[in-house]
Design a protein around this ligand. Sequence first.
Ligand code: BMA
Length: 339
Amino acid sequence: MQQVKIIGSALPNIPWQERPEGCTAPVWRYTENPVIPRNPLPGVARIFNSAVIPYQGEFIGVFRGEQVNGIPYIYLGHSNDAVHWRFDSEKIPFKDEKGEPFMPPYAYDPRLIAVDGVYYVIWCQDAFGATLGMAKTTDFKTFTRLENPFLPFNRNGVLFPRRVNGKFLLLSRPSDSGHTPFGDIWLSESRDLEYWGRHRHVMSKSDEWWENVKIGGGAAPIETSEGWLLIYHGVTGTCNGFVYSIGGAILDLDEPSRVLYRCSDFLITPEEWYEERGFVPNVCFPCATLQDAETGRIAIYYGAADTYVGLAFTQVDTLAAYIKAHDAASAEDRSAGRR
Ligand code: BMA
């Protein structure tokens, strides 16, 4: 019997492997990783930092495809089991509000979140500098662009999967024009997905060495009886560049700028060959989860070394207990977000 409840639907066909015998880590990797290899489709050299969601009894996803000219764009993928993927050969055909084709110069790190039966794709794109782009679809055939939520520079847009107190909520990471050497997670509200405001600080980098440079939102928060379970990325700097690990926190259900618990330890850090070796070594970058409210199983999708997609598993009880047992939330984290 689970102690912590996932608030949501059952997902009996969630991909799953039990925790390996003798493993004490709260999150364990799929033994067949990476689930998406190099050169996954003609014209695309690498797929990573991608998001998936259940759809009509199967699965659908938005994938960051690095084209052979080096420019990232978003591709749609379909799967029966959320492990083996078939990709559309063409990029997602976004349209603007007038129905005209819309193709930003580049698009990367997409998230895919359903709110009230509408699917939202949020990504990072150029608009005289990197900022968030957003589109909606109900059928995965027509993708209608919405207004960009923010001015440049901003990245890591993550929508909450339901309205809170009647408002859409969006996590983001205000940035600069380069490989930003700083970064905090912020929360913004909107009544209509067009005008965003009431910006609140959620959390910053911490003193823990694995996340002492910057942090950013990862997967859409998972609603649980303990609060919003947030799986995010934390970055440290080394003499060989940044290292991206996966972290966990639990946010207050009604006031998610309040961090209830924040894990002092990473959940996953680059250890396997596909995380350590690739276009950008030492990157684990979560963008989505699948979860089964019935069993408490959670599957985490993460980009590995800016080259592959990896899959990892946890159980809501295991993860929530681990985050609470290693809680290092500061007074600033716990306070209602400053502005
Ligand atoms: C960040 C983003 C991610 C990428 C990471 C590591 O700034 O661009 O897409 O995975 O760097 O290169």
